[in-house]
Design a binder for this molecule. Structure first.
Ligand code: 3EB
Length: 340
């Protein structure tokens, strides 16, 4: 006879397990985390990205701070893994998480980007996870000029060509990061869902998809933030955020002023997200984690000291060495919050 008490306990455990959770764990637990069948992804950082078929994602932006911990994405339902063209993915009934890494042909980052986004789009259609929620783009030498166009701009063109830009697409854009590495591959990883999230824009900034064409001949296809309901919990994903007001860079080459402007932008985004999606958090110190991309590693101490003064000790902080997409930007910050 089945023991009713055990069944109840099992039910309770499944109710308490979040559909999707993101946490930071000590690096010593890495082997256990990777072999846990409920691990969706482990995000780690090094000088170069590496292709893996398992849950591990290695991003080519070396960690300057925070690398004693690894980022772990875990699901309530055991993910199933698969491959589609060059994408390695894992999926549960609610979500699809994938990574794709292609050699960066220096001359044709536009074409490589288009290929990557076409493959992702096809996979989303094929498996019916049509709502892109959050996407990360890491590309080599992001501000270098090829054929009189900066590589970030070519990337924007390739991405724009691959996504569906029919009417209404601006209301369905994921939160994103686009960052420069010194790697020789483009790495893109993403989280897509069956159901849409709530797209949040920043009232202090022109929406990136409406930027004037000087930044990219085709509009940068991302939103400033996304709130997504996963089962009982809400998550907030904040895109890479820089010292930009309207559409212009502020505080050119001034480190701490850029940092403050970034954090002001994030505070405003969180307020906006709370208004629209009732998340009940109020500023950057309420976030679960942030990643600060820093151009010059010599600025590490100055930046982290000031950052902690502003955001306190609760937020998990990773500082990563990376190039920012405009050469006048010294840093950029992304963040996320996982609801109770
Ligand atoms: C900006 O606000 C800074 O093209 O996907 C940040 C996040 C930036 C994502 C992207 C670009 C992207 O324009 C750059």
């Amino acid at each position: 006879m089945l023991d009713a008490k055990i069944i109840r306990q099992v039910n309770m455990t499944s109710r308490q397990t979040p559909l999707l959770d993101i946490s930071y764990q000590q690096r010593e637990t890495l082997a256990d985390v990777v072999s846990d069948p409920y691990t969706l992804a482990v995000v780690d950082y090094d000088n170069h990205s590496v292709a893996t078929e398992g849950s591990k994602i290695l991003v080519g932006t070396p960690a300057l701070a925070g690398s004693e911990m690894v980022e772990v994405w875990r699901t309530k339902d055991m993910p199933e893994s698969g491959t589609f063209e060059s994408i390695h993915y894992r999926k549960t009934p609610d979500l699809l998480f994938g990574q794709i890494r292609l050699a960066s042909d220096d001359e044709h980052i536009e074409n490589t980007t288009r290929t990557i986004y076409q493959q992702i789009g096809q996979l989303q259609q094929e498996l019916s996870y049509t709502h892109m929620i959050r996407i990360w783009n890491y590309m080599p030498w992001i501000t270098r000029e090829d054929d009189e166009m900066e590589r970030y701009q070519s990337f924007c063109v390739g991405r724009h060509q691959a996504i569906d830009t029919s009417r209404g697409f601006k209301e369905h854009l994921p939160a994103a990061t686009a960052i420069g590495t010194h790697d020789d591959h483009i790495l893109v990883y993403f989280l897509a869902a069956r159901e849409d999230g709530i797209q949040i824009e920043n009232p202090r900034q022109v929406s990136a998809f409406d930027y004037p064409s000087q930044y990219a001949p085709k509009s940068p296809a991302f939103s400033r933030a996304m709130v997504k309901q996963w089962g009982e919990q809400k998550h907030l994903y904040i895109s890479g955020t820089a010292s930009i007001l309207g559409h212009e860079t502020r505080h050119v080459n001034m480190l701490l002023e850029q940092l403050d402007e970034c954090l002001n932008n994030i505070d405003v985004l969180i307020t906006e997200a709370d208004k629209q999606a009732d998340i009940d958090i109020h500023n950057v110190s309420d976030l679960t984690g942030i990643k600060l991309y820093l151009r010059d590693q010599d600025d590490l101490e100055t930046v982290t000291t000031h950052l902690r003064k502003r955001i306190g000790d609760k937020v998990h902080v990773m500082v990563l060495q990376a190039d920012i997409c405009r050469s006048d930007l010294l840093l950029e910050i992304e963040g996320f919050w996982v609801g109770e």
